[in-house]
Design a protein around this ligand. Structure first.
Ligand code: 2X7
Ligand code: FE2
Length: 330
């Protein structure tokens, strides 16, 4: 076993860059072109998923692993292509802003994203296209809703691995424009998660999407129970070493997923808070609450596409879809 909190000496970044992921994409015909939020996915980002997949953008090589979660993402990818959104909007807990909700307004973010605890698994070259018009509309709408918000315009700010992780796993072709939103991390400083701001952030997100006439899919880049082992196997993808951190954490994840599968979205307002109280949940950073609030706490249950542990943390890929009549409720 080797300790996780240690940086191995790693090869220099010498790879030939992959083809630009930011080339313009023609609008694709879709089944229903009505503007609004058409679906939302709980889209966990642990770097192990990309590492296991061996895409050309990521330097480390693996022999696979975490297949069930990756198959869940294959289903999500197919459904996203079928829905043909104009934009993917991601809220990610590792783009931490201490003051306010920031929105990435850089037209073509490019660089290398490195996972600070697992740099031996994730050193990913990204190069994607932002929907700047929508990004700026979000900042305006957040301010109008009374939130502190900023347009982030510095092209040298590195995009965090939770943003890249969810976006790559949802759409590895990177041919759909993106908007990424930071996690205003104040909740982590309180024992009780205060997710009320995410309600406001979600509603304002939905309004900006409507106002700009976009058909958007939202990605909530969150793991569930979030305690992880501080040691890993010499082969990180040794699945005989992969199991829940504790029975309590696993059980709390199952209680939440059972509610997601069987109850309308409104039941999740308290279920998410209960889950946060029972586990060290990453949803405390607000991504899942933001997404469900933006979708008006959909009155249909979520479709759990898969669950698996990653170095002991609980992770699920879940889809919520807009109601048949296409309106936002709540
Ligand atoms: O960020 C993460 C995570 N959410 C879960 C597991 C392992 C690493 O990174
Ligand atoms: Fe995380």
């Amino acid at each position: 076993m080797s300790r996780v909190f240690r940086l191995e000496s790693v090869p220099r970044y010498g790879r030939t860059p992959v083809a630009s992921q930011a080339d313009p994409v023609p609008a694709r015909p879709g089944p229903d072109r009505q503007a609004g939020i058409i679906a939302g996915f709980l889209a966990p980002h642990p770097p192990h998923l990309i590492y296991a997949e061996n895409p050309p953008q990521n330097e480390p090589r693996s022999t696979g692993g975490w297949e069930v979660l990756r198959w869940a993402y294959e289903t999500a990818r197919a459904r996203i292509r079928q829905l043909a959104p104009d934009v993917l909007i991601v809220h990610a807990p590792h783009w931490i802003t201490m003051v306010g909700h920031h929105v990435n307004c850089v037209p073509n973010p490019r660089g290398i994203s490195v996972e600070p605890i697992f740099p031996h698994l994730f050193r990913y070259r990204y190069d994607f296209r932002t929907d700047v018009q929508l990004a700026e509309a979000l900042v305006e709408q957040y301010e109008a809703a009374g939130l502190v918000s900023r347009a982030m315009r510095d092209p040298d700010v590195r995009v965090d691995y939770a943003t890249i992780g969810a976006l790559h796993m949802a759409n590895p072709a990177w041919d759909i424009p993106v908007v990424s939103i930071s996690a205003n991390n104040n909740p982590y400083f309180y024992s009780e998660a205060d997710l009320e701001q995410m309600e406001v952030l979600g509603r304002a997100t939905a309004e900006a999407v409507q106002r700009t006439g976009r058909r958007a899919i939202l990605l909530a880049s969150n793991s569930l129970s979030h305690l992880h082992f501080d040691r890993e196997s010499d082969l990180p993808e040794d699945m005989s070493r992969e199991y829940p951190f504790s029975n309590e954490q696993y059980h709390a994840d199952m209680v939440l997923l059972d509610t997601i599968r069987r109850r309308p979205g409104a039941a999740l307002r308290t279920a998410i808070a209960d889950h946060i109280a029972a586990t060290e949940a990453e949803t405390k950073a607000g991504s899942l609450s933001w997404m469900l609030a933006a979708m008006g706490w959909p009155d249909t249950p979520g479709d759990v596409l898969g669950y698996g542990t990653i170095i002991g943390t609980g992770n699920a890929v879940v889809q919520w879809t807009r109601g048949d009549r296409g309106e936002r409720r709540g």
